[in-house]
Write a protein that binds this ligand. Structure first.
Ligand code: DQQ
Length: 481
């Protein structure tokens, strides 16, 4: 959600919505059962995911006032395996009169000489702030010298200045800040520091070039602003992840002399997924998290009393100029009863291997009602070289988003379509051939809209293998407590 949208909404609706009772949320079939989300209200970006003292900590953009964007705080959850989570009290709140008085925006955390240190954007204006925690990351002390970086480099006109990502090289800390230039494109500004408090601006780590002719009032929509940069080595190369134009992209390239030279670009996810950020302190593993955005109106979100879901943990590996993406192996611990060919449900995992044979489109029909009144189609289209999710009949509730979601994908000669699909209430997380992801949100109205079947058109596809499991909920009450 952009500030502009928030202001438009805030004008139209009362700010303090009455909290929905937990019992209502716990009975809401659209609310996931094995994805992390706050007990109620609004969440967006994952912030500062970190492994610390034997536990995984997840923070996230959170509005305690209701299921709408605004008054950003950091919500907090903890767990031992990246799939089971327990809510903790809010970690960071705006300080009246302080540089984050209008919101604690997105950021990261690092361990500095044994001290957990959060680096985040305070607004308004956008500045970079620091907070430290002495113990279990529940209590944070803001740096008295905040903002550590009070403004973008002198004389620089930028489209934004937020969402720091920090890492260490030898005895030097580096910080990448999301930014960009009007009429040119997004950029990441690079800073260095010896003590995480005093920062020197170096230069842009990389500058993007926006699509010719793209223009929008909000620079994030045109690609003139890159949000939530994440930057790290992967394989023998470096990966930069950015969120812009409503999608999350990755750039693979070479990092030398503190400059990044991209060589290839790809998509992290082509659906309802945004503001991705990877976890610190997971050794050789690179685990990525994203915010699963809603596909229904602001009014419907407020009425439901909750909005936004955290993705499953996604493990990244290098495939040269491409990135391999798989659900972290820990997710398999949630598997319950194995289901047969007649598998049906809204809380399950499926693995399907499909040979498109002579079909133009081949895939699955999911969340389908017996009478066909509701269904979601997921398919590979070999002519258009796309994987798409057709939501035009996903819900008889016409206010839900029915837009088609697609991303470029090409099967090699003789290569089958290998799908892993996670259904959880209104969430559909799709992994295809370990190199393509698309997350969709659907809101079927009928309790019997849980069917699964092979889908093909323009020829006959073949199901080579199909496996499915019920998934075990991670709480008895859809994480409402
Ligand atoms: N969300 C945060 C910003 C970030 C945006 C504010 C991305 O820090 O740029 O809630 O979704």
């Amino acid at each position: 959600m952009r500030r502009r949208e928030f202001l438009a909404l805030a004008g139209a609706l009362p700010l303090a919505a009455a909290a929905a009772p937990a019992s209502k949320l716990a009975a809401d079939p659209h609310r996931p059962q094995y994805h992390l989300l706050p007990a109620a209200n609004w969440m967006n970006d994952p912030n500062a995911p970190i492994y610390w003292q034997g536990q995984y900590h997840m923070f996230y953009q959170y509005n305690p006032n209701g299921a709408f964007w605004g008054d950003m705080h950091w919500g907090h959850a903890v767990g031992e395996d990246m799939v089971h989570w327990k809510h903790l009290p809010m970690a960071l709140a705006p300080t009246p009169g302080g540089p984050d008085k209008d919101g604690v925006f997105s950021g990261c955390a690092v361990i500095d000489h044994g001290v957990p240190t959060a680096i985040y954007t305070g607004v308004n204006p956008e500045t970079q702030c620091i907070a430290t925690s002495a113990g279990d990351l529940t209590v944070w002390k803001k740096f008295a010298g905040n903002p550590a970086i009070p403004a973008p480099p002198a004389g620089m006109q930028v489209t934004g200045f937020r969402d720091p990502a920090v890492w260490q090289e030898g005895d030097t800390w580096l910080m990448a800040v999301g930014s960009g230039f009007r009429g040119k494109g997004g950029a990441v500004l690079l800073y260095e520091s010896k003590d995480l408090r005093r920062w020197n601006y170096l230069h842009p780590l990389v500058t993007g070039r926006m699509r010719a002719g793209a223009s929008a009032k909000d620079p994030v929509d045109s690609g003139e602003m890159w949000e939530c940069p994440d930057f790290f080595p992967l394989g023998g190369k470096h990966l930069l992840i950015i969120s812009t134009e409503r999608v999350v992209k990755y750039l693979v390239g070479r990092y030398a002399d503190r400059r990044f030279q991209p060589e290839a670009i790809g998509g992290i996810d082509f659906g309802s997924y945004y503001a991705a950020r990877s976890m610190t302190n997971t050794g050789d593993r690179r685990i990525l998290w994203g915010w699963l955005t809603e596909g229904r109106t602001a009014e419907a979100q407020r009425a439901a009393g909750w909005s936004g879901v955290m993705s499953l943990p996604r493990e990244l590996k290098s495939l040269g100029s491409q990135v391999q993406m798989r659900p972290a192996v820990e997710v398999e611990t949630l598997r319950g009863k194995r289901l047969g060919a007649d598998a049906a449900g809204d809380c399950m995992e499926m693995r399907a291997v499909i040979d498109p044979a002579d079909a133009v489109r081949a895939g699955l029909r999911i969340r389908a009602a017996p009478d066909g009144s509701e269904q979601t189609l997921l398919y590979y289209d070999r002519e258009q070289r796309l994987i798409s999710v057709d939501r035009s009949r996903s819900s008889t509730d016409r206010s839900a988003d029915r837009g088609m979601q697609s991303g470029p994908f090409l099967l090699g000669r003789g290569e089958p379509l290998r799908l892993r699909i996670f259904l959880d209430g209104s969430v559909i997380e799709i992994f295809a051939n370990e190199r393509f992801c698309l997350t969709a949100r659907v809101y079927p109205a009928g309790p019997r809209s849980i069917g699964v079947g092979l889908h093909a058109s323009g020829g006959t596809a073949k199901m080579v293998s199909f496996e499915a499991w019920e998934m075990r909920p991670i709480s008895p009450d859809r994480l409402t407590s």
